[in-house]
Design a protein around this ligand. Structure first.
Ligand SMILES: [Zn+2]
Ligand SMILES: [Zn+2]
Length: 341
């Protein structure tokens, strides 16, 4: 295919553009939803406010309070002084990998990721809201408790094996993160009251809106989303322009090829017309009826049709007859010049 290179480049560009556009719209929607979400204080009136709404539900609100475990908190595996309600343990392997092009580059592979969750509430002056499914949050801010990289000391055999296998291990990184008890966080999501009205819960929204548990204030969160949105807008512009340029170049090449083909065809037709004209001038006009082409009745018979062997066409008419002999209707296998003298 003539345009394969350009088509692949354009396809890749379109995919990146699409991904950036999706992120841009996601951040834009999230911003407008957060700005439209009312901020409610966790106090004695909150339960009543929720209960006055249909289904005892507020579809998107923001609240702020202190993380308080419902029961015994999780104690950090790396620092016994730290305890919290959501613990993330992650083990990643760092390797140097040889790409298909032959270059060695750094890669990370996730080996294990575990979340431990203890039910918890956001507390404000003794009034509480339980947080449901915190791990499902789009943003879940946690403190890094420990982040240790243990380098691998390779043996000679490892070096040799790594060279042939194309993968060398650099080391293992173990990370522990924790949402500590006592942290002030902002929760943005769906607020519901339990059936008996005794407890309030903040859960991931059912209307696809983002769920946030962050130690940022609303204004900082909006600013952060705005920055991300701007970055993606620039990327959209960049890849959009690249796409337009590529598309323009392809269109230009296509048009050039089209013009060239059209000109070639014109030249060929012109040459053919000249040839027919030249042949006409050298022909003998005074021929007996028996020697005239059966189709045009003007030119002499010049072509033999095989395998039937009929000499019945002039060269001009023979170009338009390809299937059957006009005299005996048998299939034409081959045409050849015939000289009647
Ligand atoms: Zn003819
Ligand atoms: Zn025939």
């Amino acid at each position: 295919m003539d345009y394969l290179g350009e088509a692949i480049a354009l396809g890749v560009d379109a995919i990146i553009f699409g991904a950036c556009m999706k992120q841009y719209l996601k951040n834009k929607n999230a911003m407008s939803m957060i700005q439209g979400a009312p901020y409610l204080d966790i106090d004695k009136d909150l339960k009543e406010i929720v209960q006055t709404h249909p289904d005892q539900k507020l579809s998107y609100v923001s609240i702020r309070g202190m993380v308080k475990p419902m029961g015994n908190p999780i104690v950090s595996s790396n620092n016994p002084k730290v305890s919290g309600v959501v613990q993330l343990l992650r083990i990643r392997e760092h390797v140097i990998q040889r790409s298909t092009a032959g270059f060695w580059s750094d890669h990370e592979r996730l080996i294990q990721e575990v979340h431990n969750v203890m039910p918890f509430v956001l507390d404000s002056n003794g009034y509480t809201v339980e947080i449901v499914d915190p791990v499902a949050a789009d943003i879940l801010d946690m403190d890094v408790i420990s982040d240790v990289f243990t380098p691998t000391v390779p043996s000679v055999m490892d070096h040799i094996w790594g060279f042939f296998a194309g993968v060398r291990q650099r080391g293992v990184q173990t990370t522990e993160k924790m949402l500590r008890k006592g942290t002030m966080i902002t929760g943005i999501g769906e607020l519901v009251a339990s059936k008996d009205g005794s407890t309030l819960k903040l859960q991931p929204p059912t209307n696809e809106a983002p769920f946030y548990l962050t130690n940022m204030q609303i204004t900082s969160l909006v600013r952060k989303l705005d920055d991300t949105k701007k970055t993606y807008r620039w990327l959209c512009l960049l890849f959009g322009t690249v796409g337009l340029v590529l598309g323009g170049l392809m269109a230009r090449r296509f048009y050039k090829d089209y013009c060239k083909k059209r000109d070639d065809l014109r030249t060929r037709e012109e040459l053919e017309r000249n040839r027919v004209e030249r042949r006409r001038r050298v022909r003998d006009d005074d021929l007996p009826e028996i020697h005239l082409c059966v189709v045009c009745r003007i030119n002499p018979r010049e072509i033999i049709l095989l395998p039937c062997g009929h000499v019945c066409l002039c060269e001009d008419c023979s170009t338009g007859i390809v299937d059957n002999c006009p005299v005996c209707r048998s299939a034409i296998d081959k045409k050849s010049a015939a000289y009647i003298s």
